[in-house]
Design a protein. Structure first.
Length: 468
């Protein structure tokens, strides 16, 4: 068994951080929910509409990046021991195992994604607002249990051996294209409603889950018993195999359309009997993508693998990253030994619906308002947030919002959103989790949850109220 076996945890985590830093799970800023001239707010509630119509700059109409995690970067990257030295990972022998493991939770998640609007525009017909969007969405997520980190960091600490029982180690990644058409209208003087229909085109989806991994270690022999599954959905994809017939990768030979689906967004804005108080509800992403049987790959891992003659085990983290990543891949595939199975049916991939419930109270003729927004994403390991925002609208061309997120803010972040409409351009910039504290190496302290959204568009005609 190679020495890289105990380095596996380091590179699963750090490799994931490098990948996910370019993608975002929460691609739409919640801080913009109460901004009345923001062209992106209808992404959270289709009943919300800006002052003006718009035509987006291709690829820049709404570009969102972000990261969600209950971990922190500084749990895994440590400062150098001497001035001018190199940063250390948690696998470094000078990092105390108990100190590192005490910072972790039973299940540690990391989710990220990217949303880019390729083309979008919206326009008014009297008080009716219509939107059209074409966007691409990428995402990755993983769950890493505490026991896995304990195995990676400690290895075999007892002369007689150690046992580790890892449950629910999972990784998934996917990409799809979304085309949507939305409409909102004033149903009554006190009620505005909206709906958006979405056509979904699946590009690729990969899901790997190790539901059970039992590792029994002794000085001369390790045994690993696993139970897991590997699924891939894409056009023209095929598993690649090693000399033993075990799956060691997926080859996307002829990428294209692998699945189709539909989704719907629903929303409402209600002007309550209390003057200047409004309430709103948005439900987005009700639907999913269906992948056909011919575009479906399945493999399963169930059984035991033994490694004899174990020696030279080390956790010093030395060696080039390329060598360790290659060894990590080989060791992981040896441990899990996925075997391909015939796909007997296709797969329906449901989206994760999100509920946004907001209340807002305005003063000074709507130039200042305070809002409270609760968001709940349902599904496997859903995400919830409670956010308060203060909004400033001195003139229609300038809107500024500041926010604080109670659940994931950690008393170390704040949110901001800025929307400028200098007549010929609508410029939007927002972030719900603006990180304030960093190490001298600019590594964020205590939180790995953040996002940023940018939008640039050209304003069109304004909303025209009905006569009478």
């Amino acid at each position: 068994m190679k020495t890289s076996f105990l380095k596996f945890g380091t590179f699963v985590l750090l490799g994931s951080l490098m990948l996910t830093s370019a993608k975002a799970q929460q691609a739409t800023s919640r801080t913009a929910y109460f901004m009345e001239n923001a062209t992106q707010s209808h992404q959270m509630n289709p009943a919300l509409s800006p002052y003006n119509g718009y035509v987006s700059i291709p690829m820049l109409g709404s570009l969102g990046l972000g990261l969600e995690s209950n971990m922190a970067f500084t749990h895994f990257i440590y400062p150098p021991l001497t001035e001018g030295g190199q940063l250390m990972t948690f696998m470094h022998p000078d990092v105390d195992a108990q100190s590192f493991l005490s910072k972790l939770r039973p299940n540690n998640y990391l989710r990220a994604g990217l949303q880019a609007n390729l083309l979008s525009f919206g326009f008014y017909t009297e008080e009716n607002f219509w939107t059209f969007d074409l966007a691409t969405k990428l995402g990755i997520g993983m769950n890493i249990p505490y026991e896995f980190f304990a195995f990676a960091k400690n290895g075999m600490t007892s002369g007689s051996g150690n046992e580790y029982h890892i449950r629910d180690l999972s990784v998934n990644a996917g990409a799809y294209v979304e085309a949507s058409a939305g409409h909102s209208r004033q149903l009554f003087d006190f009620l505005r409603v909206g709906m958006k229909l979405k056509g979904l085109v699946g590009i690729a989806q990969v899901k790997a889950n190790i539901s059970e991994m039992d590792i029994v270690m002794s000085p001369s022999r390790w045994s690993v018993q696993t139970r897991g599954s590997l699924e891939g959905y894409a056009r023209g994809a095929a598993f690649t195999n090693d000399s033993t017939g075990a799956v060691n990768g997926i080859d996307f030979k002829t990428p294209g359309i692998g699945g189709f689906g539909m989704a719907v967004d629903l929303g409402a804005v209600y002007n309550t009997p209390i003057e200047n108080l409004t309430a709103s509800l948005g439900i987005i992403d009700l639907g999913g993508i269906s992948w056909g049987k011919k575009n479906t790959l399945r493999a399963k891992s169930q059984g035991s693998v033994s490694f004899e003659g174990i020696d030279g085990i080390s956790t010093d983290g030395t060696g080039s990253a390329e060598e360790q990543l290659e060894n990590m891949k080989n060791d992981l595939m040896d441990m899990i030994a996925f075997k391909e199975e015939a796909a007997t049916r296709g797969h329906f991939q449901g989206l994760n619906p999100t509920f946004n419930l907001g209340v807002e109270y305005s003063v000074l003729d709507n130039k200042i308002s305070a809002g409270l927004l609760y968001s709940q994403r349902v599904g496997n390991r859903g995400f919830s947030e409670l956010m308060t925002a203060v909004n400033f609208r001195p003139i229609k061309q300038v809107h500024v919002s500041t926010s604080y997120s109670f659940i994931h803010g950690g008393f170390e972040t704040f949110g901001f959103a800025l929307n400028l409409v200098p007549y010929v351009m609508n410029i939007f910039l927002a972030c719900d989790y603006t990180i304030l504290r960093y190490t001298p190496q600019f590594i964020p302290l205590n939180t790995a949850t953040t996002n940023v959204q940018l939008g640039i568009s050209v304003p069109l005609g304004k909303k025209q109220p009905k006569e009478g």
